[in-house]
Design a protein around this ligand. Sequence first.
Ligand code: TXA
Ligand code: MG
Length: 317
Amino acid sequence: MAEIGVDLFKAAVILKNDDVVAIPTETVYGLAANGLSAKAITKVFEVKNRPAFDPLIVHTSSLDRIFEFVEMVPEKAMTLFKQFSPGPLTILLPKNNIIPDIVTSGLPLVGIRIPNHTITLELLKDLPFPLAAPSANPFGYVSPTQASHVQDQLGNKIPYILDGGSCVVGVESTIVGFEGNKTIIYRQGGITKEAIESTLGESIETRISSSKPMAPGMLQSHYAPGKKIILGDIKSLIDNNINKKIAILSFATDFQTGNDYILSKTSNLAEAAQNLFAHLRAMDALDIDVIFAEYVPNLGIGRAINDRLKRAAFHEN
Ligand code: TXA
Ligand code: MG
């Protein structure tokens, strides 16, 4: 099993040796490696069982350091970074040669993010390199929001988990890029579309899922637990399935079935985002046939929650 602790020196030594460390961020835990070392990055792909076509986000500690990794930063990108960093925002920028091709799966753009978590920012400040880090879960599964989640799934494959408590945002960063003059959201996340639109003073397009995604986080089935999830009107789903062993994932209502997971009893979307992945994990461990779930209001961070619910519920066939 991995050691869990708060020893930044130990984490730094492991990373300098081209090995991986799980790190907390405000969104989800990441599986971090030296972002300038192809050898270290290879390990990340192996541990996660991640396909080589799925690029990694590069994490750094300050706006100044971004220029070490990219050819240029467009004005709009700078405006967004200044407004939302450190925070749950990733921006796709033209990479320079210092970033190995394996990080971006051969793409010319690299995702850059400054995470907002005290101990991880401290670690990043002390390291002479950035950290490439995908979410610390096996590919396609629900992202971890607690150190124990990482331990449960990757503990036998990694040496160290830096414990930063429960992630306060709970869904991944928003991924933004630019196509000509247009700003595009490729993944909905912790920074809302509304906030980006009001900062840039323009309306932003969101590219929804496809079978040939720009970002594999856009794959139709992703962020998925093993149990079958059906999205719909929970009351009628319960009434029409009286013989099934069920669990309920609701936004705010207690349906009192005995297996009830409520995202936010006070209908608070930020709290719902915090609870989403931990609830899905807990429900996955139950002895049930199916999970009935419902969408939350589709605004603000609710858009990211609904996106993850939809992907978690997607079934081939
Ligand atoms: O909140 C987050 O972003 C977390 C924490 C650990 O920072 N990280 C995260 O990484 O969610 P990951 O690898 O699980 O998801 C990153 C997504 C992937 O779907 C990947 O395809 C996309 O970002 N991505 C990364 N670099 C990209 C690039 N250059 N072009 C297009 N998509 C990219
Ligand atoms: Mg992920």
